[in-house]
Unconditional design. Sequence first.
Length: 298
Amino acid sequence: MPKVYDLINILSMKNLILISILIICPLTIQIKAQESGDPIVKMNNEKDAKLRFGIKGISSIGWLMPENTRRFSRYELGLGYGWGLNLEMRINKTTSFRTGFSLTNFKAGLNYFDDELPQHEETYYVVKDFEFVEWESNGTAPDGEIFQLLNRKYNLSYVNIPLILKLKTNEIGYLTYFGEFGGLLSLKTKASVEDRSIPLNDTLAPLSSEAFSTFEDLDLNSGTQPFRAGLSLGAGAEYNFSGSTSLFFQVNWNYFVTNVLTKQDNEKYLRTFDDGVFEPLGAKSIPGRVSITVGILF
């Protein structure tokens, strides 16, 4: 049989545990309530938001690099612009997945007749009522005015979807620095060109030794590829205003892996002339771009 003082000790221990629980629980609840109302804690929670949205403006410099550099050469660089929306999904404190969409235009030029290149040849096309004319026969030119193409400036509009992994530093003052890499998928919405050409007669001789023609805003949707894919590398910084709202700026380099122009077998407008036969011309070229982006993340 237990002694009386042992029973007293057991009962006292149970009472002590019960009293401790009754004291600790309210304190814990009160501390958590204070933390949730602490502005510093609130700010940290906002900065660590799982999803962030943003809007951005884009300016870019573009170029075209022909595959056959013995026949074609890069012409003028082009200045593009656009805007878009960002969506960032936080993976952890320093890593995010970035996507969204943007509407941009890509401008760049290509020399089709560069007499400094070893394999330079004349390139021909036909225009009627300010539209390109398709060739139906390789023996004769279609009805319209025939020109020799010297150089061409492309103006292509795209809807872009980035698939980017973004790596950030911890906040230093009000700034957070980041680097990013991933892919960029683009769908063409419009294509036009500005051509500098020489008007020719039926024998493919120039109408005048000093005559040049310039066509602007000629539609070339069927002369360019509908889809573009490439890699994107970038770096930038975010300046925090308050909570999760930040101004950001970044520089990106895009290396595209797809030909921007129609393949030779599908070329409808451009021709070379050899041994009395007009043959389709393929000028495979890979686009490149450097862009500067400024925007706000929420």
